[in-house]
Design a protein around this ligand. Structure first.
Ligand SMILES: [Zn+2]
Length: 153
């Protein structure tokens, strides 16, 4: 099964943290406080620290993974799957393979990634791992709220 490849590649959370960290540094991280572009990474709390002013930003902040409690591993597998796999896959199948109990967080993760990747070009993965603009953040918020509303009604 094709999915197996992704599970092998992103086998443990440590590997995923390392990869996300590297991707973000490659994409270029700009300090919001002083505009400096060089950061070190703190393993102890998973934060980047500006080498100039010591301002810290978390590993997930500004990415599609922000505000999610799901393991980074899930996101990496899902993003890779949605980027590289041409065929459709079912969210239920993904949930089953990830071994996650609840359907809703997995559904929401897939919707967020779809939103980020809706441009359908090569910037796909880059976009998911790097900071996106406030318009995107608003769309993601809308998605979260509409899901909550549906649950209530
Ligand atoms: Zn700074």
């Amino acid at each position: 099964m094709e999915l197996r490849k992704y599970f092998e590649k992103y086998n443990d959370e440590e590997t995923c943290i390392e990869e996300l960290k590297n991707k973000r540094l490659e994409n270029g991280l700009i300090c919001k406080k002083c505009g400096h572009d060089s950061h070190s990474f703190r393993r102890v709390d998973l934060k980047f620290q500006c080498k100039k002013c010591k301002n810290r930003i978390s590993l997930r902040s500004g990415t599609v993974m922000e505000n999610s409690n799901l393991p980074i591993k899930y996101w990496m597998i899902c993003i890779e799957l949605m980027t590289l796999s041409k065929r459709k896959f079912s969210i239920l199948q993904l949930q089953y393979l990830l071994g996650h109990k609840r359907y809703e967080p997995i559904w929401l993760m897939v919707q967020k990634i779809r939103l980020v990747m809706h441009e359908r070009d090569e910037k796909y993965t880059l976009r998911a791992y790097s900071e996106f603009d406030s318009e995107f953040l608003r769309e993601i918020e809308k998605l979260t709220f509409s899901k909550k509303r549906n649950k209530l009604s």
